[in-house]
Write a protein that binds this ligand. Structure first.
Ligand code: PMV
Length: 319
């Protein structure tokens, strides 16, 4: 069975999680978050029953660490369906650079959840199962990777507590991603979540979150980019400031990232706003395609980067 899922870009970030007591408690965030699911970037995962589990990622045998993460998630999904044969051959492929701040773990665990369920139930029953059990599936995907809880549907998702809910809203937003680096980040999000709590700014941010969440949700429901945009930027800056001020400072932005953000902030009458995940690549959110403006801006600031054009999407599917 083959499933496809897209990453999501967090508008309100998940940064810091509760300690784990058992597998059901994995990746419980310390604060609610909001996101937009993408549509062009995706992970495609094929899963086939086999005598032994074998995992290939981007045409290569998975590292030991990735193998155990995938195997652990397969076991969770099988337990969820009370299915006892837990060995599968898994082949997963991303059409975008992974580990660079484009939320590849979100799409990877959403696609794996869908593909395993599809293989066990068959496409038709699985599709029914997905539409009737979205919240449980979000909880399940969350245990693979926190942000995957929000990649189970779209375009707009709110994760609060054990899983994510769909925000009923139709608004076409674009995410133009400026890719400065395809290199895998040195500090993983898991380490970042742990370190976050040691930042002197962590508690202050937690206190601001309920109000920021309300303001962002209102701006989304009113489809008001000019209210949403500045909130996106403050939120992204704060997450990166927390990472940079934790007991082991983590700097995800590179020189190109900083130069671009400065020139964006100086633009008059902007029609796009930035946000970053845990990586150097910059997500620009707008209500229309902006590739040409972004190319010009990069040329003017002497920066070289790839541009990935994406827009919101509706979540995973079985192919
Ligand atoms: O799901 P994780 O453990 O990869 O954490 C993702 C954290 C951020 O992408 C930085 C923010 C978010 O809310 O997605």
């Amino acid at each position: 069975m083959i499933a496809r899922a897209s990453p999501n870009i967090a508008f309100l970030k998940y940064w810091g999680k509760k300690p784990i007591t058992n597998d059901l408690d994995r990746n419980l965030a310390l604060n609610p978050s909001l996101s937009m699911t993408l549509s062009q970037a995706h992970t495609e995962t094929s899963v086939r029953r086999a005598l032994q589990t074998k995992v290939e990622i981007n045409h290569q045998l998975a590292s030991e660490k990735d193998f155990f993460k995938v195997q652990g998630h397969i076991e969770r999904v099988c337990d969820h369906l009370n299915y006892s044969a837990k060995t599968f051959e898994v082949k997963s492929f991303n059409n975008f650079p992974q580990g660079t701040g484009i939320a590849s773990s979100a799409s990877a665990f959403a696609a794996l959840t869908w593909a395993v369920i599809g293989e066990i139930l068959g496409a038709e029953r699985a599709r029914e199962y997905f539409s009737e059990n979205l919240f449980e599936l979000s909880q399940l995907a969350r245990r693979g990777s926190g942000s995957a809880s929000r990649s189970v549907a779209g375009p707009f998702m709110k994760w609060d507590g054990e899983g994510a809910y769909h925000i009923p809203l139709s608004w076409k937003l674009f995410d133009t991603i400026v890719i400065f680096s395809r290199e895998h980040k040195k500090v993983t999000s898991s380490e970042g979540h742990e370190l976050a709590l040691s930042s002197p700014h962590f508690e202050a941010r937690q206190k601001k979150i309920p109000q920021r969440l309300r303001l962002m949700e209102d701006a989304l429901l009113q489809r008001d980019l000019h209210t949403l945009g500045p909130l996106l930027e403050v939120e992204s800056d704060e997450m990166h400031n927390i990472a940079a001020t934790s007991e082991r400072p983590v700097i995800y932005a590179g020189q190109g990232t900083r130069t671009l953000l400065t020139s964006i902030k100086n633009l008059p009458n902007r029609e796009f706003y930035y946000t970053l995940d845990a990586g150097p690549n910059v997500h620009l959110i707008s209500t229309r395609p902006i590739r040409d403006e972004v190319s010009k801006l990069l040329a003017k600031t002497g920066l070289s980067a790839e541009i990935w054009e994406d827009h919101c999407g509706t979540g995973p599917c079985i192919i």
